[in-house]
Design a protein around this ligand. Structure first.
Ligand code: SF4
Ligand code: MG
Length: 324
């Protein structure tokens, strides 16, 4: 396994109290595999990814337990300097908002080239050639000329391609993309997603795709992990989840996206709001919003049940859900 997160716990200390952002998350990603991490905002999906990348805001954020094994090494045991070497070269991240992630006063060529100068010791001239090559790879037209331009001179979709190029530059084994297309127009979203999926296959990288949109993962992901209130509530191969969810929250998410194969069906919205992370409901955190909730759900935390060899559900009533 390329990456293994084991029983990760992260807290945020704020003036109002302690927010339990991640409450025992475990997941694994094989080389070349795509894992989609799905959930509403505040479910802990980005915080988990930031802990993996080693870019968590500390403080207020604090990892209070767990392990993050990458290529067999425990990343939480590394010094910041070693961590920095892993970042960029072995794992890279793509963020939602390219404009605030790119440096506004450097040309995109300088920023792309910098990766090769710093990590590979290349000359400026060779690094520039590499930058043009990368811009070609992510299909930015007229790369030779545009390499001299600044981030604000590109459209949102083109800037996101530049972010992808930066992430790819050193051919890392793992890319984490956090809502990479959320800020883009719908048609551009599909193009950027297709490009990312294509490059992921070509470079045989593992990809963790963080999204709140189940609509984008069907064609791209091998597996899905659904998060709620800092826990993974269901994890399974993507096709199993689409066929029949084994958790009411997954079902709610599925029923709230339009599907071509179920045209004419009424769209559903999960009632209520995600919980306050400073005061997570007892028992199953989803019980106040769950249409299937029983008395036991209000007292007993559902530990992940083994639905099948490669599938888990943290729902006491997973069987009923699967068959319903
Ligand atoms: Fe709903 Fe109970 Fe399952 Fe939680 S454990 S998702 S409340 S049925
Ligand atoms: Mg987020």
């Amino acid at each position: 396994m390329l990456l293994e997160v084991r029983d990760l716990h992260v807290e945020f200390h704020t003036r109002d109290g302690v927010a339990q952002a991640v409450n025992g998350v475990s997941y694994g990603v094989d080389a070349g595999e795509t894992l989609a991490v799905l959930g509403e905002s505040g479910s802990g999906k980005s915080v988990t990814a930031q802990a993996v990348m080693g870019i968590l805001d500390t403080p207020p954020g604090r990892i209070t337990g767990g392990e993050i094994l990458f290529q067999g090494r425990d990343l939480l045991g590394l010094k910041e300097e070693e961590r920095r070497k892993v970042r960029g070269a072995e794992m890279a991240m793509i963020f939602q908002d390219a404009l605030s992630s790119l440096n506004p006063v450097l040309s995109v060529g300088e920023q792309l080239g910098e990766m090769f100068v710093v990590h590979r010791g290349m000359s400026r001239k060779d690094a520039r050639a590499k930058a043009v090559e990368l811009m070609d790879r992510v299909r930015i037209p007229a790369a030779k000329e545009r390499v001299k331009q600044y981030p604000h001179q590109f459209s949102g979709g083109m800037r996101q391609r530049i972010m992808i190029a930066m992430a790819l530059a050193l051919e890392p084994a793992l890319i984490i993309a956090d809502e990479p297309t959320t800020a883009l127009d719908v048609t551009v979203q599909a193009q950027v997603m297709d490009l990312l999926a294509e490059l992921q296959r070509e470079y045989a990288m593992a990809l963790i795709l963080i999204t709140h949109d189940l609509g984008v993962v069907a064609d791209v992901a091998d597996r899905i992990a659904v998060m709620y209130a800092g826990r993974i509530v269901e994890s399974a191969p993507v096709h199993d989840i689409y066929k029949a969810p084994a958790h009411p929250y997954t079902r709610g998410l599925l029923d709230s996206v339009p599907r071509l194969d179920l045209k004419g069906r009424e769209l559903y919205a999960i009632k209520g709001l995600p919980p306050n992370l400073m005061d997570i409901p007892r028992g199953c955190a989803f019980h106040p919003r769950c249409p299937m909730a029983q008395d036991m759900c209000r007292t007993d935390v559902p530990v992940p049940y083994e639905v099948s060899e490669d599938r888990r559900s943290a729902c006491h009533l997973w069987r009923e859900c699967l068959n319903g």
